[in-house]
Design a protein around this ligand. Structure first.
Ligand SMILES: Nc1ncnc2c1ncn2[C@@H]1O[C@H](COP(=O)(O)OP(=O)(O)O)[C@@H](O)[C@H]1O
Ligand SMILES: N[C@@H](CCC(=O)OP(=O)(O)O)C(=O)O
Length: 332
């Protein structure tokens, strides 16, 4: 059974249907979770990867710009090192990420080369989003790859990430990329059909939410924090990521990556998974929106978007609702 808890504004006739929004989206950030890229955490699932690659190339042929955020380095590295069942230390995880990232990108590159194209690997940490200069450099790397018709494949640089610069999960990373690149749609492919009223692993009668507003606090209460056997953040990080992505106008779709042709079906407007709308975004503000980190009252806060209003930079900060708007500095 499915549930629709979209707010009452979307019932209004002028609000475009989710199907129309899916068809209209031109900039997609697609994030693929570890569980979809490895066979039960044992080895890279090359046939699943080939399937994703072919769908992405088809989207590109239809004029959609795609940035891929791919998890899987730790999981793939653990397989390579014979550590599939092992609980790793932080240092071992770094090594697994390093070994696994090579294998992961090698697999993507081989699959893309078979189709006559290539990928460009971009490994990021929180540092890349800390200030405007580094943020612009991150964006220009992505944009140049797209201009050259290469597929940007992004992952967190887990091999060197530490407490100060780690993002911790790729749902969050996909949202930050959606913010800086101004994506229309962030697709989070995972091993469940979408967001359920409770973790369906624990509660078999949980119902799937088909549509809602990003930032709706009810979603947070439904979502569990723990990942599956190989995943990291569970559903909670996806819900938080949807809230972040919405701040720059991106809608989020959480869907089952194992559904045959899932990306192409979403592109055709099919109602698969959970669609989380972003509020109508003021395009004038969107131009100046960026994401960053600032020290506020001695505490590091994630800030996005940051908006320049009448020459003053104003930031919306807070991990949770309600967002607080504060002036940060005189923006020159
Ligand atoms: N309310 C919920 N609806 C759907 N899945 C949930 C929910 N709460 C927790 N989960 C769990 O989140 C898992 C997906 O997160 P995760 O394992 O981190 O995936 P991924 O590797 O794709 O990021 C699901 O397998 C599911 O058990
Ligand atoms: N950056 C890590 C993945 C972190 C993560 O968010 O994993 P997942 O929950 O499977 O998307 C890796 O490549 O293993």
């Amino acid at each position: 059974m499915t549930m629709n808890i979209v707010g009452k504004t979307s019932m209004h006739s002028v609000v475009p249907s989710r199907s129309a929004l899916q068809k209209r989206a031109r900039r997609w950030v697609i994030k693929i979770g570890s569980s979809l890229l490895t066979q039960d955490g044992q080895r890279l699932d090359l046939s699943a990867m080939q399937n994703f690659v072919q769908q992405i190339l088809q989207l590109r042929a239809e004029g959609i710009e795609v940035v891929l955020v791919s998890s899987g380095s730790v999981s793939a590295g653990k397989c390579h090192l014979g550590w599939a069942q092992k609980t790793t230390t932080a240092e071992e995880r770094q090594a697994a990420a390093s070994v696994g990232q090579s294998a992961l990108i090698h697999a993507y590159e081989n699959l893309l080369a078979e189709e006559g194209t290539h990928c460009g690997q971009v490994l990021l940490t929180r540092d890349n989003f800390r200030d405007r200069k580094r943020l612009k450099k991150t964006l220009s790397a992505i944009e140049m790859l797209l201009k050259m018709q290469m597929l940007p494949i992004i992952n967190e640089n887990d091999a060197i990430a530490d407490l100060d610069n780690a993002l911790g999960n790729n749902d969050h990373l996909a949202a930050l990329v959606s913010n800086i690149w101004h994506a229309d749609l962030m697709v989070l492919l995972t091993d469940q059909s979408g967001l359920f009223t409770a973790d369906p692993r624990a509660q078999t009668d949980a119902e799937m939410i088909t549509e809602g507003m990003a930032g709706d606090p009810r979603h947070e209460r439904m979502a569990g924090g723990g990942g599956g056997t190989v995943g990291t953040g569970g559903m909670l990080t996806k819900i938080h990521a949807a809230t972040h992505a919405a701040r720059s106008g991106a809608a989020t779709l959480i869907a089952d990556g194992r559904i045959p042709g899932v990306l192409l079906r979403l592109r055709q407007g099919e109602l698969l998974g959970t669609f989380l709308r972003s509020k109508k975004f003021d395009r004038k503000l969107r131009r100046d929106a960026w994401t960053g980190l600032q020290i506020i009252n001695g505490q590091q806060r994630i800030i996005h978007p940051m908006l320049r209003i009448k020459n003053e930079v104003v930031a919306f900060y807070s991990e949770t609702l309600p967002f607080t708007a504060i002036p940060i500095f005189n923006g020159q």
